[in-house]
Write a protein that binds this ligand. Structure first.
Ligand SMILES: NC(=O)c1ccc[n+]([C@@H]2O[C@H](COP(=O)([O-])OP(=O)(O)OC[C@H]3O[C@@H](n4cnc5c(N)ncnc54)[C@H](OP(=O)(O)O)[C@@H]3O)[C@@H](O)[C@H]2O)c1
Length: 358
């Protein structure tokens, strides 16, 4: 049996292809994928061949659908379950195809009340936010969400730079649920009300000329932030974050480092800030985030998607991103529209979700 997938077939070219439909092996399930979310990384793969050692490479890092077969060793998911999966484990697991193989550890059950299109917005950046906060920034994982006790740094100012991004939205929600009380978000003004509803305690437009003063004021104390996440990690945003970070602070960068000031920049990207272009003093702890490695942390592997996310969704503590549904034209045309929007940095505060229908 084979099925249809949309893949980067060579650097600079993507197409509809047919791939074998595999059987799930130990610890895996077969997912009938109904929705796939697209992210900037899909353009890095398609246009630059970034982090892609073999072609064809199926696109899409977020898959939501229905389980149609369960492999040996999976005893807590069954045929018919609705799940959303962090589809990052190679072409056979990627999202932009009618069927995909997923490890149990990347799947989260979706509550009946949530649409699969909305569920498809969650995995990559929920995992990114969790991994960044509780691994890279070293914050303690609460025993339960919402946290019953205040964490040690509950009043410390924490900056989420570029919080209009879908990564930023999950970081705010997790910080809020973990009991943090000084969450400073920079985003376009049109997102402020929404970000405040998710838990941001100060919202500042990153385009305002008084950006540094406004962050300083919101931070209180010595006016510096101890912890920051740069959700954009372009040279322009790193420069802004460096102006407000404490000399002994910790900053998480969502790699790669892009030249310019956009999520989707040019082909040249870096896995650390290039020599001679680092605006931070040496004393600042810079953490380059690589979410694709999060399963090296055994706790996160076993818990983040299988247990924590389903619990947070059932309790309504985590809201999915807003959905920009791509369901017109052919399957390939829908993906083409998404890639074009991402290439031109036309995605603002929402996730592009492709309906998988051939
Ligand atoms: N290394 C990793 O593990 C990892 C994991 C996840 C993501 N990432 C990277 O993180 C970046 C963000 O990913 P994403 O999926 O969250 O992106 P996204 O949702 O597509 O981000 C779009 C948002 O970025 C904001 N933005 C763009 N340029 C900005 C600037 N100069 N200053 C402030 N905000 C700006 C815009 O905010 P407004 O609407 O407010 O203008 C827009 O809403 C990507 O480069 C991605 O590759 C890395």
């Amino acid at each position: 049996m084979s099925h249809v997938a949309i893949a980067a077939v060579a650097k600079g070219r993507f197409d509809e292809i047919h791939v074998p439909t595999e059987k799930p092996q130990q610890g895996e399930v077969l997912l009938k994928t109904e929705y796939a979310a697209m992210i900037a990384f899909d353009t890095y793969v398609t246009d630059f061949g970034y982090a892609t050692d073999t072609f064809p490479m199926v696109l899409g890092f977020n898959a939501a659908g229905t389980i149609v077969e369960v492999g040996p060793g999976v005893d807590d998911l069954k045929i018919g379950d609705k799940v959303t999966a962090f589809a990052f484990q190679g072409s056979r697991s990627k999202a932009m195809q009618q069927y995909s193989i997923q490890s149990r550890t990347v799947c989260a059950k979706v509550p009946n009340s949530m649409s699969l299109a909305a569920a498809a917005t969650i995995p990559d950046n929920f995992v990114t936010a969790f991994h960044t906060l509780f691994n890279e920034l070293g914050l303690p994982v609460p025993n339960t969400f919402p946290a019953l006790e205040s964490p040690p740094l509950s009043s410390a100012p924490i900056l989420i730079y570029g919080a209009g991004s879908t990564a930023g939205q999950y970081a705010i929600q997790l910080l809020h649920a973990a009991g943090y009380k000084n969450i400073i978000a920079t985003a376009s003004s049109k997102h402020h009300e929404y970000l405040a509803s998710l838990g941001a305690t100060a919202t500042i437009d990153y385009r305002t000329p008084s950006l540094v003063e406004d962050i300083t004021k919101a931070a209180g104390g010595d006016g510096k932030v101890a912890l920051a996440i740069d959700c954009i990690t372009a040279e322009g945003t790193i420069a802004e974050v460096s102006k407000v970070t404490s000399e002994t602070g910790t900053v998480a960068l969502l790699l790669p480092v892009k030249e310019g000031n956009n999520v989707r920049g040019e082909a040249q990207m870096y896995m650390e800030i290039p020599e001679g272009r680092n605006p931070f003093p040496k004393s600042v702890n810079i953490r380059g985030v690589r979410t694709f490695l999060y399963q090296e942390n055994a706790f996160q592997k076993e818990n983040v998607m299988p247990k924590i996310l389903p619990d947070l969704l059932e309790k309504g503590i985590i809201q999915p991103n807003r959905v920009h549904l791509l369901d017109q034209g052919t399957f390939k045309e829908r993906v083409a529209v998404g890639l074009e929007l991402l290439r031109h940095n036309k995605v603002s505060g929402e996730k592009l979700v492709v309906k998988i229908e051939v």
